[in-house]
Design a protein around this ligand. Sequence first.
Ligand code: KG4
Ligand code: ZN
Length: 350
Amino acid sequence: MFIKEFKTTISQEPIIIGPDSNRDNIIFAIESSCDETAAAIVKNGREVLSNTVASQIKTHIEFGGVVPEVAAREHLEAINVVIAQTFEQAGLKGEDITAFAATVGPGLVGSLLVGMNAGKALALSYDKPFIGVNHLNAHVCANYLNSDLEPPFAALLISGGHTQIIRVKNYTEQDIIGETIDDAIGEAYDKVARLIGLPYPGGVNLDKLAQTGNPFAFKLPEAKLTNEYDFSFSGLKTASLQLIQKLKKDNLELPKADIAASFQENVTSTLFKKTKKAADSIGAKTIVLAGGVAANSEIRKKFFELRNFGYKIYAPEMKYCTDNAAMIASSAYFLSNTMDSLDVEVFSRM
Ligand code: KG4
Ligand code: ZN
């Protein structure tokens, strides 16, 4: 097994972190890659001792989306309170923490800087290691929280920025089987939501509306791709736009719920078909959903039905699907591809 040895920031004392450690690992993590300022304390990668999220939804609602400069400023205002609340909720102090972690990318650079620098400052003040975490890997690790999940498994990572089918071989090795060649699924949700006039954040609002509509009211196209495990959502987005324009031109009242339901039916069946086939092709009987879109009611329902056919299906609790810091702490504990030094910098893209 891969041993993860970390150095404390000042005394440089070596510390083993992860499943091979011979003592409890209490990791304090910060997440600030987009529009949530979050902190959490997690014991041994799975047990959430405290979890705090300050959402910026109210601020961004008036702009219809996230404005990067505004997001960074809001993180700066919220971060100290969020950190204090997280310690208080767990009844712990800085001295009790084994290591401090923070998301270092991908995400909005200005926002990432706030969380990462707060994490580094805490590590320095308490003389503990600092662990930089990749946000995408962390979404998958959200499935380890309060659960018994162990690799190997197939994961479907569906978020605002990514859509990937991943083969997770063990805690340290994984490869991408398929991914989007254009828009991410969450992006498609948010754009179609905007087209039918739903407020930000689009995904969850479209999900709610879709539950009242007819999923077979409109037939929307499905992309044909060279790699059958890849995704493309830009054609679907254009088809949705054309459908809405046509209905408007004909002076018909927009059947918003039916459009939402038809869109949701389309993406759900594409995600399901491809992921199941990919999982079967690698002999994986465990399928794991991850990322903000894994909070979607229809997607969860469709995948959970596979439990009746001998599959083990995992999805994080709703609060751990969208951005949170507990998943960052879990990732710092389980994964070896972290960035472990005070010199690590933030990055915006993979
Ligand atoms: O993982 P996440 O919080 O942030 C990223 O790392 O991107 O994902 C955010 C995305 C947004 O596009 C949001 O609209 C979508 O997840 N989302 C949903 C639902 N809840 C959040 N999409 C569909 N249905 C939902 N219930
Ligand atoms: Zn995310």
